[in-house]
Design a protein. Structure first.
Length: 201
């Protein structure tokens, strides 16, 4: 089992984590909390390369670059908890190698999913962060060849809605959505929704 290291300067974050401490017991070997990232803390991280790092966004906002954290924690999964992300930040963090981006409230309610995903080396994004990522991707992908309807379908798919949900929202058939997505993938020269993310990253 992995250890969980939490780096936080936010009182509310620490308070909520203490309230949910029992949720960690079956997920990780141990939980350690720190209020800074310095040489001492990075020595501890190096001694346990499989640990999962939960980093409070305030620490990053206070001048520690995410690239520095990831470089010093090469074999660790890093999840950032921050309430307000900019579109380009989400893209930047994922491109750098972060394994999760979430708000404090979402982290509090989805602890198990986030930690289990990090243990499996999967990327976790809460819904808001998916939206931010799509907005950035939309600005980097050349979507000029897409029809107006395809331009309506693509953001919904990228925001995690199923074909059935998109069909319902746009009041068109499931088969029509499938056809639109086939055309979108062909025009953008990708095969899956994951390919869209990889292409943009």
């Amino acid at each position: 089992m992995s250890d969980l290291y939490i780096f936080s300067k936010t009182e509310r974050f620490n308070f909520l984590l203490k309230k949910r401490a029992q949720d960690f017991q079956n997920l990780v070997s141990s939980v350690k909390t720190f209020n800074q990232l310095s040489t001492k803390e990075f020595t501890i991280i190096h001694e346990n390369p499989d640990a999962i790092l939960i980093v409070d966004g305030i620490i990053i906002n206070n001048g520690i670059e995410i690239e520095n954290i990831l470089q010093l924690a090469l074999n660790n999964s890093v999840v950032i908890v921050k309430n307000l992300y900019k579109n380009e930040e989400v893209y930047h963090y994922l491109k750098a190698g972060v394994k999760g981006l979430t708000s404090l409230d979402n982290f509090y309610t989805n602890i198990a999913n986030i930690i289990n995903g990090a243990k499996r080396d999967e990327i976790y994004l809460s819904n808001n962060e998916v939206g931010h990522l799509f907005q950035h991707i939309k600005s980097t992908l050349d979507t000029s060849e897409l029809t107006d309807r395809e331009q309506q379908v693509l953001p919904l798919i990228m925001n995690g809605f199923t074909y059935h949900e998109v069909a319902s929202k746009l009041d068109i058939s499931y088969e029509t959505i499938k056809s639109h997505m086939k055309n979108i993938y062909k025009k953008l020269n990708v095969k899956t929704r994951g390919d869209l993310l990889r292409y943009a990253l």
